[in-house]
Each structure stands twice: as C-alpha cells, then as structure tokens.
Design a binder for this molecule. Structure first.
Ligand code: NAP
Length: 224
C-alpha cells in the first residue's frame, strides 16, 4: 500500500507516543518510530506493522537529531511527544533545579531541536503538520500554572509559547503548527489518568493530519 506522507513520532515506544504512531499508521501514513533504546525501537516498529521504520533518538542529543535528519528523505508530520515529568510533588521553592533543567532540556529544547531540524524542509515543500504535546498545567491560553510540578508546568508553558512563534513563522507556507493538551491520559506518567492512550491518539492524529486552512498556532483540547 502506498503511504504518501511520512510521520515522525518522538518517544514512540510507550504511552501516548506509541498510540499516536499506531493511529497514524492506521491512517495510512509512513511512520518513523523513535525511541531511546534501539531494541525497544525495533520491537515497537515490528508490533505496529510492516514498513514502520525504527530509529534511535534521544531528543536531547543534537548529533542524533542531525543524523536522523540526514537519514530521512523528508518528514511531513512531526509529533513532538517525548516528555518527562520529574518534579511532581515539589514546589517552586524546593524543586531540585537539576530536575527542572533536565525537564526543560527534554520537553522544551528537545521539541525545539526537532522543529529546527524538520520544519525548514516542510516549508520548502509547502506542506507540513507539527504537533507539540503540551499539557493542561500551562498558563497560556487561559489555563493556570501548576505549582506542584513547577518545572514541568513551565516547560509546557514555554512549549506553548514556542508553538505560537513557530506558527507565526510558518504562516502562509502550508505548514501548520499546533499544541495539543491530551488531558489526563493513563500512562506510566499518569497512572490515574481517565483517558486511554488510544483515545488521546485519535485526537492528536486529527491535529497531525489537519486539512489545509486548519488552525495554526492553537492550543487544542478534545471536547470529551
Ligand atoms: N499522560 C498524561 O496524562 C499527559 C498529560 C499531558 C501531557 N502529557 C505529555 O504527553 C507526552 C507523552 O507522555 P506519556 O504520558 O505517554 O508518558 P510516558 O509513558 O512516560 O512516555 C514518555 C515517553 O517520552 C520518552 N522520552 C523521555 N525522555 C526522552 C528523551 N530524552 N528523548 C526521547 N524520548 C524521551 C520516553 O522514552 P523512554 O521509554 O526511553 O523513557 C517515553 O517514550 C509527554 O510530553 C507528556 O508530558 C501527558
């Protein structure tokens, strides 16, 4: 079966990322699953289906991102999903700043690095969809910062800011950049979540395959 568009999903070995990769494959995209561990990347790709491409990627590794960009002919859909929640149950006065630093390097800079690597060629090709997986713990777009995981909350707020800046730069190019709040999704990060990864993935896949004229620079939450 011909799969005309290629999607790259970060942190695709488990949780929301794996469900998104599976859903995009189901929607007839060629899917590149990336994971930090090579064996997990291979196993995930094999589980999803024939033709899924496994790649090793730590989003904090600039060389790894550069090599991946060189290896892939092009990427049409980029889902920046890889994320960490390291400072839960702390507060702004006690949060260990090394954890905050790691959080920002994965959640914000990692996504930014992927966007810098793949968005310019989307613009040149005149089509692209970028989805940045945000959170309900953010201040922008009418939400409220969550002081109980301050580094995480700030990282996702900054990611929303990055979304608006990238979207403005992509305006009129055929590339749409949006942030998604997936809700509380039952994964290793949020075992008490009430949304299944598959439910969240359907909405994220909708945003990753928006038609021309769809929203750009928006913070999108599924109405449930
Ligand atoms: N679950 C929720 O309720 C919820 C709510 C709002 C937003 N989110 C966001 O949704 C995204 C996915 O979360 P999840 O719930 O699916 O969490 P998860 O099950 O903990 O999965 C996190 C994924 O990110 C990967 N990752 C972590 N650090 C990485 C790095 N440096 N480079 C590449 N991959 C890395 C993990 O890979 P390893 O297996 O190698 O660690 C894993 O694949 C995150 O951005 C999270 O902040 C989740």
């Amino acid at each position: 079966m011909t799969r005309p568009r290629t999607a790259l999903v970060t942190g695709a070995n488990r949780g929301i990322g794996r469900a998104v990769a599976t859903e995009l494959y189901r929607r007839n995209l060629r899917v590149v699953v990336t994971a930090r561990d090579p064996e997990t990347a291979l196993a995930t790709a094999a589980d999803i289906g024939p033709g899924v491409c496994p790649h090793v990627l730590d989003v904090t590794d600039p060389t790894g991102v550069m090599l991946l960009r060189k290896e892939l002919e092009h990427v049409d859909v980029l889902v920046c999903n890889a994320g960490v929640l390291l400072d839960a149950r702390t507060d702004p006065l006690t949060a260990p700043l090394d954890l905050v630093d790691r959080t920002l390097r994965v959640n914000l800079i990692g996504s930014w690095r992927l966007a810098q690597a793949f968005v310019p060629s989307m613009i040149r090709r005149g089509w692209g969809r970028v989805v940045l997986i945000s959170s309900g713990t953010t201040a922008e777009f009418g939400g409220a910062l969550f002081a109980g995981a301050p580094g995480y909350s700030l990282s996702k707020s900054a990611l929303n800011g990055l979304t608006t800046m990238l979207a403005a730069q992509c305006e009129g190019t055929g590339v749409l950049v949006n942030a998604v709040n997936p809700g509380r999704v039952r994964t290793d990060m949020m075992p008490s979540g009430h949304v299944t990864p598959e439910q969240a993935a359907r909405f994220i896949a909708d945003v990753a395959t928006l038609p021309a004229g769809g929203p750009n620079g928006s913070f999108l939450t599924e109405k449930r």
